[in-house]
Design a protein around this ligand. Sequence first.
Ligand code: 5GP
Length: 191
Amino acid sequence: MATPGKIIIISAPSGSGKSTIIRELTDTHHVPLTFSVSATNRPPRTGETDGVHYHFLSDEAFRSAIAADEFVEYEEVYPGRFYGTLKSEVERRSAAGENVLLDIDVKGGCRVKEMYADGALSIFIMPPGIDELRRRLEGRATDPQDAIEARLSKAAYEMEFAPRYDAVVVNDDLATASAEVARLITDFIAK
Ligand code: 5GP
């Protein structure tokens, strides 16, 4: 049987560049990782595919999965919007010797780290500061001002969880931050 793969948890406030860093881990730095596909009851966005970006479930199917104990963890990340890590995703991939990356929110991240302890590495991507985060979110021009304010106050709350992570990487320069995250994961996998 293959040696079980490692679990890598990455959390970050929105606007911190997390998605780009995660993409660079495999595309630029060739870190051997597989991605756990979470389940959610939010509807797919344009360009998202069921089973690839998320397992998109109805409210009822999500509730049934909770009742059937199918989740490692799940959280109501936004009001009425649930996201959960499926046991089937993590256990199957890890048992096959794959290193599994979980891109999950701060509460889920801390919970999974507690469960897997030394078998998991948790990394928090820190935006360079609230002012810079505001500039990035406003620069995206996708959200109305009240949504930006809500994201900023959520970001401030999420940043309080950073000390509970194994490592905190500040993203003030994307290339430097992604190289640092790649190094942390590569060292952890090699242990
Ligand atoms: P989005 O709707 O933008 O794809 O994701 C919103 C947030 O949900 C992100 O911060 C993401 O990290 C978090 N998230 C995605 N999947 C999971 C999961 O399985 N569990 C938890 N706790 N959070 C998740």
